[in-house]
Design a protein around this ligand. Structure first.
Ligand SMILES: *Cc1c(COP(=O)(O)O)cnc(C)c1O
Length: 320
């Protein structure tokens, strides 16, 4: 079954070899999938997911995109850019405290013309729904994009991304990727089954215990398969999650993330972000040091974006 999609991402994204990083770590051969370069206001993994959600929204004649995230949400920034590009209104419900001066993604949200509603992380879903209802009642024809764009539609972006890498003829024993709302990893797991990708997908959890995230990802794999009209039995052991690198919790950049960001910058001229890819790379580095991969293996580090957060505090000061 073909699910409608609006093609606007810059695809296929490049796969680059990282020889200096590989040598510095003395471990497996490392490659990088550059989904930080998908387009839409600095790019990132949400662009692939939004292609599918946008198709449904346009089909419904929607006028306003509404979504939610943390104060430095990459997902909200990419949604805001998408709305601007399509001539739609955008409302983002952000958790955090409104700062005196906007920076990073928050600054970009405003630049793209998004309306911002402030809340706290525990009230996020409630305020999101309230915002949606108000917009609906005032005739703004809203479309609700879930947190992280992770649902049966959004995850299809990563089913397609796996098809893309099989067409790029990459032989990877592992994909290592930051995993949070689970849609990216779920798409990769389903995509591997559907498109015969033989490598394993290892999600480095960014903010929750492995058991919780595993369940979220598995549910999304099932939902995504159903959307495709498939009745698949998904073995839970296909969903590999590592939660050893949660550090101080969500969006708290610690020594491992700082080391990873510096190492990628200095070895490869490649920028990571403080929240997601910095943590996933810290996981990759930690696992290599523990001998998790053999030297002969090939690891595809999947860059999911997030780099505008390098310009937001407290990260900016901590990295200087
Ligand atoms: C949202 C995001 C992720 C996590 O993707 P999920 O599909 O939510 O698991 C990883 N990296 C970056 C940069 C992100 O913005």
């Amino acid at each position: 079954m073909n699910i409608p999609r609006v093609k606007l991402a810059h695809l296929p994204t490049k796969i680059e070899e990282l020889p200096r990083l590989t040598a510095a770590l003395g471990g497996p051969q490392i490659f990088c999938k550059r989904d930080d370069q998908t387009g839409l206001g600095f790019g990132g993994n949400k662009t692939r997911k939004l292609e599918f959600l946008l198709a449904e929204a346009l089909n419904w004649g929607v006028k306003t995109l509404i979504t939610t995230g943390a104060i430095q949400s990459n997902h909200c920034r990419q949604t805001a850019a998408l709305a601007a590009r399509m001539g739609l209104d955008c409302i983002v419900v952000l958790s955090g405290e409104e700062p005196l001066k906007k920076s990073g993604n928050l600054y970009l949200d405003s630049l793209f013309g998004a309306e911002i509603i402030w809340t706290t992380s525990d009230k996020r879903e409630e305020v999101l729904l309230e915002t949606f209802n108000i917009a609906k009642e005032s005739g703004r024809n809203p479309y609700l994009i879930p947190y992280g764009a992770s649902n049966a539609l959004g995850m299809q972006g990563y089913v397609e991304a796996i098809k893309e890498i099989t067409e790029q003829n990459i032989i990877a024993d592992w994909i290592v990727v930051a995993s949070s709302s689970g849609g990216t990893q779920a798409g990769m797991v389903l995509g591997s089954l559907l498109h015969g990708f033989q490598g394993k997908v290892l999600g480095i959890s960014v903010d929750q215990p492995a058991n919780d995230l595993q369940k979220i990802v598995l549910d999304l794999v099932h939902d995504g398969a159903e959307k495709l009209g498939l009745d698949l039995e998904i073995p839970p052991e296909l969903v590999l999650v590592n939660d050893d690198y949660l550090g101080g919790g969500y969006a708290v950049m610690g020594a491992p993330e700082i080391e990873a960001i510096r190492l990628f910058s200095r070895m490869e001229g490649l920028l990571l972000d403080p929240v997601y890819t910095g943590r996933a790379a810290a996981g990759l580095i930690g696992l290599i040091r523990h001998g998790f991969f053999s030297k002969q293996e090939r690891v595809l580090f999947w860059h999911t974006g997030g780099t505008p957060v390098l310009f937001a505090e407290p990260y900016l000061s901590m990295l200087q």
